[in-house]
Design a protein around this ligand. Sequence first.
Ligand code: HEM
Length: 172
Amino acid sequence: MSRADSGEDAGPNLDPLHAPKVFDDTDTRIAIAGHPLHAMLVAFPIALTVCTLGADLLYWWTGDGFWARVGLWAIGTGFLMGLLAGLTGTVELLLVPGIRSRPASWTHFVIAVALLSMLGANFGLRLSGYEDAVLPFGILLSGLCVGFTALTGWHGGKLVFDYRLGTGGSAS
Ligand code: HEM
């Protein structure tokens, strides 16, 4: 099979007859036994961001420093796992022609990077006094992070379930 036939030649002079082949090349490359690593990793920042807001609310309610410490660990681990998830997502985005060529993938990238910067800010704020940081700015940031996590996760789901990106099958 020639390069043109395989659809790899996605340069400016791409024959329109071959364009769909590039567009349809959406199979995951960063995977273990066909299971995309990104999909496995995103569960951690999603769950830990919600846990951070929960811990902040409990600290507000009880005043117990234990919950402020839980919040510090939850947001720190959520941020680090979010960076790992972002790394696998970015490599997938850059390597797979059918993912790279869809505007929706880049929208997801932009929302996700905004989320990661908020998670990092929420973690950094707590490093110089995790109890004092919770009220009011920590808890406000946690609420914002949960909203952006929902937006990022919902949009990521659209990439998989609407466009079939990063799955084993071909694009619709
Ligand atoms: C920072 C750069 C990121 C990029 C470039 C990126 C890219 C992608 C891509 C290409 C997919 C399609 C499936 C795949 O190919 O694995 C996807 C799915 C998804 N992404 Fe991201 N992502 C990023 C960060 C995040 C973060 C931080 C979250 C966490 C909230 C997230 C949540 C999701 C979810 C929930 C899915 C659907 C997974 C599934 O249901 O299988 N992404 N992302």
